[in-house]
Design a protein around this ligand. Structure first.
Ligand SMILES: Nc1ncnc2c1ncn2[C@@H]1O[C@H](COP(=O)(O)OP(=O)(O)OP(=O)(O)O)[C@@H](O)[C@H]1O
Ligand SMILES: [Mg+2]
Length: 362
């Protein structure tokens, strides 16, 4: 798996024309609030499927009072250099992201590249994973699944698309029974897939997390439980179809869809019955850092993929243990990692060959 050698941002967010060179290992972006550190991370994250780390509208990525943005980068994969280019393009007034590799935009090459670039994100809000809404935890689990299953994106998108269509249809007075049944079949099919991918991911996370807790001499065990009033181990497509049919009137009245994986939550327990959300802020951070360590280990050992880590403001609340976990993540697997912080001093625990970039352009 490869690494980014550099980046050039043109009319992207607060940058007009800004270039940086990267180390293939640890990179730190530092500078005052608002200088553009997260924007640089976001620029890198756009070289993956989807809308990047902020999931913002593409329109908002274009520098104010400009018409287009572009991002260039040379990506080194086993000494073969690929010229990556992302450009904004207008289609029917909507901004689209156009990705080309060595000036080739065919689907095959782009899919190959998406398989080479696997990102793991830590965002400031990730710190609140255990305290935040179920939606945040579902997204976190989904993000982990994307790191080895590039098709999972499509499953989720189709599931959400058909849910929306069903909702719209239920609101109309004249029901197209045939189409509604067909939609519910599709929804059930994708719901089942999502449940099963998430179950697998939870299994991976529990197994590796507990190994690492042990490794760091942390004297507790983590279990992750699915909280979903509808889900049972014996769930089938037919059962979901039946439930959707039964709920039609209720769903028409309230809107949305009352059952399915979009309602799931994943609860993290410490030693069976203590909620992870009741741990101290720093202890929660330990678990989250260990989750990233776990996923990296799994990706490298089992999926044979090397993730690239994009860690925004990861350095708050780091005691010695948390620092050593972060250092372990930086040093054990030779991963390319990008971190941000307001001051260089926050990263003094890193080894001397860290590439420090002072982000300055306005
Ligand atoms: N489309 C845009 N055009 C111009 N400027 C923008 C655009 N989008 C965002 N910005 C500006 O970019 C600046 C840098 O944002 P960014 O979030 O990268 O800062 P940061 O260095 O991460 O700051 P912090 O330390 O507070 O997290 C902000 O002032 C923001 O308002
Ligand atoms: Mg920031």
């Amino acid at each position: 798996m490869g690494y980014f050698k550099n980046i050039t941002l043109n009319n992207f967010r607060n940058f007009e024309n800004y270039s940086l060179n990267f180390s293939k290992e640890c990179n730190v972006f530092f500078g005052i609030n608002g200088c553009g550190k997260t924007n640089v991370l976001e620029g890198i994250s756009l070289f993956s499927k989807g809308k990047g780390l902020r999931k913002d509208r593409l329109n908002n990525l274009i520098k104010k009072n400009h018409k287009h943005f572009s991002i260039k980068s040379d990506f080194d994969n086993q000494n073969i250099i690929y010229n990556f280019l992302i450009k904004s393009e207008y289609r029917n007034d909507n901004v689209k992201k156009i990705f080309s590799v060595n000036e080739d935009r065919t689907k095959d090459i782009i899919d190959t590249i998406y398989n080479l670039t696997t990102f793991l994100y830590f965002l400031p809000e990730t710190e609140r994973l255990f305290l935040a809404s179920p939606n945040t935890r579902r997204n976190f689990i989904d993000q982990l699944i994307f790191t080895y299953n590039t098709k999972y994106n499509k499953t989720l998108n189709l599931y959400n698309k058909y849910l929306l269509e069903r909702s719209k249809l239920l609101k109309t007075n004249i029901l197209d029974e045939k189409w509604l049944s067909q939609l519910e079949k599709y929804i059930s099919l994708y719901a089942l897939e999502i449940y099963s991918f998430r179950e697998k991911q939870i299994g991976i996370l529990s197994e590796y997390l507990n190994k690492y807790l042990n490794y760091y001499n942390l004297n507790f065990k983590i279990s992750i439980k699915l909280n979903d009033s509808f889900f049972t181990k014996n769930i089938t497509e037919d059962l979901i179809v039946k439930e959707l049919k039964k709920n039609r009137n209720k769903d028409a009245l309230i809107g949305g869809c009352s059952v399915g994986p979009h309602k799931s939550d994943y609860i993290f327990y410490v030693n069976k019955d203590f909620l992870a959300s009741q741990l101290s802020t720093g202890q929660q951070k330990t678990l989250i850092l260990l989750a990233f360590l776990s996923q990296s280990k799994y990706l490298i050992d089992i999926e044979k993929r090397k993730p690239i880590l994009l860690f925004d403001e990861v350095c708050s609340h780091l005691d010695e243990l948390n620092r050593s976990i972060l250092l372990g993540l930086v040093e054990s697997f030779n991963l390319q990692i990008f971190m941000t912080g307001t001051s260089k001093d926050l990263f003094s625990f890193l080894s001397t060959n860290t590439n420090f970039c002072n982000i300055t352009e306005k």
